[in-house]
Design a binder for this molecule. Structure first.
Ligand code: SF4
Ligand code: SF4
Length: 424
């Protein structure tokens, strides 16, 4: 059983992080094409929420200024997934007043057509906030009708609690976001799925959905319950076949934080320039759930939640199972940053990788029924067709194979690598 370690932050209310002196906005923070049309140049003054860059490509998402100030650089900067990418640097000007995004009138919202809503969501740069970062407007344009909308409040990844806090503190906004998504998709069956380790969020939502057609599905706490295909099976008992998408079984899944971002985009005309981030780990004196501007350097978050009780050995963007280990704390928060995990030497398993024992533990634990050991062997011999045959593309990157391997084989890294090779 995986240790959850959520007690470090699950009862800590959301706190707004002070605005950074500088924000670094990468031109790619989503699945798809990077933004390649710049709307600003060096020395321009920008206001919070202003469009910085976008793309002609349909599978892309625009990026916006997260603070008001001056553009001081456009060039290569650290990126938590890609290593490096082009980013726009904004230096904050404290003399500029922060933009306000007041609530629009409800009757105005009701008058928007599904196409108008999609466009608002697209222009606001909304992407899947659970970490997938797929542009939301595309997910809201399924090529065939769907009958069920599942709202993902599982947050099954250990340590992370920002979705839980959002459900407790912002249920009204989440429900308004769900209403908008349901209108666009024209679905009647709406399920809000929450794991049973989130009693307060469940109780808040049970009250909030009275007099609506929504159904709460309380799920057993079980990693990786929040992975789309697992969630669809748990809620609807529908299996998404290998190589198929949720919409092939009539379902669409959206994360609770995405619903909240949709609410802000439509009700406030507010682009996605900030998000909640759980900053956690035993060695932080003041871990928490922070509302952070996109582009804020992660070292600022760690120092805000410090001081450190011990030296940090590892920094992970995301959680311990699906997160990405970083080389340093010098990288910006991006739209997909749900958590920052800071671990000491004692918590980092640095054991040597051994030879496969053929024990079958990785096979037993794989939620997708794959044979991870065989895929990693195919990767070792660069046999991409074989890796594909073994089902590498069905991997949900949950990390359970590596976690369960007694000789610390880096299986999930191998499977992820195979996926990038096969897709080429
Ligand atoms: S990460 Fe490993 S256990 Fe998880 S789905 Fe992929 S192969 Fe299976
Ligand atoms: S768990 Fe590790 S040792 Fe066991 S079969 Fe899988 S890769 Fe081999």
């Amino acid at each position: 059983m995986i240790k959850e370690n959520k007690e470090l932050t699950e009862n800590i209310a959301i706190k707004a992080m002070p605005l950074p002196e500088k924000a670094y906005i990468p031109l790619i923070q989503h699945i798809g094409r990077p933004c390649d049309i710049l709307k600003v140049k060096i020395n321009d003054t920008v206001k919070t929420g202003q469009l910085l860059a976008c793309a002609e490509a349909s599978v892309s998402s625009p990026v916006h200024a997260s603070i008001s100030g001056k553009i001081t650089a456009i060039g290569e900067y650290a990126h938590p997934i890609l290593g490096k990418s082009t980013a726009i640097t904004i230096e904050r000007d404290i003399n500029l007043t922060e933009e306000q995004f007041p609530l629009l009138d409800k009757s105005r919202i009701n008058s928007f057509s599904p196409d108008e809503l999609r466009l608002l969501i697209k222009n606001a740069g909304i992407v899947g906030m659970g970490g997938a970062t797929f542009p939301t407007h595309i997910k809201l344009s399924p090529p065939k009708p769907v009958d069920s909308l599942i709202i993902n409040g599982a947050e099954c990844e250990p340590y992370l609690t920002s979705d839980n806090r959002l459900m407790i503190e912002e249920s009204e906004g989440i429900l308004k976001g769900i209403e908008i998504i349901a209108k666009i998709l024209n679905v009647k069956n709406i399920y809000i799925a929450i794991e049973d380790n989130k009693a307060e969020a469940i109780s808040v939502f049970k009250n909030a959905i009275l007099n609506t057609q929504y159904t709460i599905r309380v799920l057993k706490t079980k990693y990786p319950q929040g992975a789309e295909k697992q969630l669809i099976y748990s809620v609807l008992r529908r299996k998404v076949p290998s190589g198929k998408l949720p919409l092939d079984v009539g379902a669409v899944v959206h994360n609770v934080a995405t619903c909240f971002a949709v609410f802000e985009a439509v009700y406030k005309n507010k682009p996605l320039y900030e998000r909640l981030v759980t900053v956690t780990g035993d060695i932080l004196k003041n871990p928490g759930n922070l509302k952070v501007r996109i582009g804020t350097p992660v070292k600022d978050l760690i120092s805000f939640c410090g001081p450190l009780k011990k030296e940090a050995k590892k920094i992970i963007m995301g959680g311990p199972m699906m997160g990405i280990a970083q080389f340093s704390d010098d990288f910006p928060v991006i739209k997909g940053t749900s958590g920052i995990l800071v671990l000491s030497e004692d918590e980092v398993k640095e054991a040597q990788e051994g030879i496969c024992l053929r024990c079958g533990e990785c096979v037993k634990n794989c939620p997708m029924g794959l044979t991870p050991a065989l895929i990693s062997m195919a990767v070792a011999s660069e046999k991409w067709d074989l890796a594909k045959e073994y089902g590498a593309l069905d991997c949900v990157e949950c990390g359970l194979c590596s976690y369960s391997c007694p000789v610390n084989r880096k299986i999930v890294q191998a499977v992820k690598y195979a996926k990038t090779k096969i897709k080429r």
